[in-house]
Write a protein that binds this ligand. Structure first.
Ligand SMILES: NC(=O)C1=CN([C@@H]2O[C@H](COP(=O)(O)OP(=O)(O)OC[C@H]3O[C@@H](n4cnc5c(N)ncnc54)[C@H](OP(=O)(O)O)[C@@H]3O)[C@@H](O)[C@H]2O)C=CC1
Ligand SMILES: CC(=O)N[C@@H](CCC(=O)OP(=O)(O)O)C(=O)O
Length: 346
């Protein structure tokens, strides 16, 4: 059995990791941390765990935890992990960071967009970006995974085949993305109070959201540099990300031309579902699952393609993808423990 630890188990991403790992057939949870809920049983924080686990939260430090486990999941706000993780800890355990500290390759880009200094820039070289479908081979060899963000996972999977096959103008991409409120975490913020975010939809961090460079980095390569516009919106629902992306096609491709490319990229991917023509992704069809649903339509009048992608932000956008990364790291079937059918919200 793989011994796992979760740092930041009391947050929304940590809670979802607990739910997945408690049920994982090849994994046992060794230790979980929270400062606020130190010595409290996990079911005292989240009542859905009543009778399921007797684990209590501890206030252990990262170096101590690393000696006890085979894999350490970090689910803390950005800027904390990079000040605690060291090369010596990575000799004791594999690390999957659900935060943003090891996603960007460039220290300067991280510091510019996150507004904090990076505490362990030397480790950036060895970190692998954990977008499983696109980076599987590198993930297998790694001990430090930067698990992608929720908007980024959905945006990159939705756009990657078209960008990599050079079918669109990579300076023309616009991503309009919507997120449920759990994307902002459990910590209290004025903007996520019920009365502030219910019955309204708002865009935020316009031309300034930190997922912009992460999407650009993943879509760019030596031959083309992607620069795009990304606008996130907060919508009054608990879970889910819907991405609508627009780009100028470089030629008069047909629906079938593009479908063939997406099938080539994703036909063996368990967690990417290319929907039938005319059926478009909705958050309710992926809720509670590790799926990313994708489809597109060509707007012949403008020569633009309009693509849609949907995920559950806490699963494929966080904990589910983190477990998928663990499965890859330990040579398990990639869907072990995350093979859930979406829960239609009725
Ligand atoms: N929510 C989502 O949809 C997604 C989140 N993520 C990322 O995952 C990480 C966790 O997010 P999320 O679970 O939503 O956030 P929450 O606010 O729900 O949880 C944050 C966790 O971090 C702990 N924590 C907060 N501040 C500190 C601190 N100063 N020192 C130590 N521990 C601290 C809290 O523990 P304590 O009990 O001690 O207060 C809590 O367990 C973030 O980096 C986030 O960006 C990534 C993708 C999607
Ligand atoms: C709705 C909402 O607030 N969402 C968060 C993104 C959550 C996420 O994936 O953020 P990280 O990159 O930090 O992991 C935000 O826009 O900041």
């Amino acid at each position: 059995m793989i011994k796992a630890g979760i740092i930041g188990a009391s947050g929304y991403a940590g809670q979802e990791l607990m739910r997945l790992l408690v049920q994982h057939p090849e994994c046992e949870i060794e230790a979980i941390t929270s400062k606020t809920y130190k010595d409290k049983s996990f079911h005292q924080i989240y009542g859905n765990f009543m009778g399921i686990t007797s684990k209590s939260c501890q206030a252990l430090d990262m170096a101590h935890m690393a000696k006890e486990v085979d894999v350490l999941f970090i689910a803390l706000p950005h800027g904390i992990a990079s000040n605690q993780l060291t090369a010596s800890i990575l000799k004791d355990t594999k690390v999957i960071d659900l935060g943003a500290d090891y996603r960007l390759k460039s220290q300067a880009t991280y510091e510019k967009w996150y507004g904090v200094s990076h505490g362990s820039p030397d480790l950036l070289k060895q970190a692998v970006y954990g977008l499983c479908e696109l980076n599987r081979d590198a993930i297998k060899q790694s001990t430090l995974i930067g698990n992608p963000g929720c908007y980024t996972t959905c945006s990159i999977l939705t756009l990657a085949p078209l960008v990599k096959e050079k079918m669109i103008d990579v300076t023309s991409i616009i991503i309009d993305a919507k997120s449920g409120v759990s994307g902002a975490g459990r910590a209290l913020h004025l903007g996520t109070h019920f009365t502030e975010c219910n019955e309204t939809i708002k865009a935020y961090k316009i031309a300034a959201h930190r997922h912009t460079p992460e999407i650009e980095q993943a879509l760019s390569d030596d031959e083309q540099e992607v620069t795009l516009s990304f606008t996130p919106h907060l919508v009054p629902m608990n879970r889910g990300i819907l991405v609508t992306a627009y780009a100028k096609l470089l030629k008069g491709y047909t629906y079938d031309d593009i479908k063939a490319v997406y099938e080539q990229y994703y036909h063996e991917e368990k967690f990417v579902r290319l929907l039938p023509q005319g059926i478009f992704p909705e958050t309710k069809w992926v809720k509670g699952s590790n799926y990313c649903d994708i489809n597109f339509e060509i707007d012949e009048r403008t020569g633009r393609i309009i693509l849609l992608g949907a995920i559950d932000n806490l699963i494929k956008g966080a904990a589910g993808q983190a477990v998928q990364n663990m499965n890859i790291l330990f040579g398990l079937e990639e869907d072990t423990g995350i093979n859930m059918i979406p829960a239609f919200p009725i």
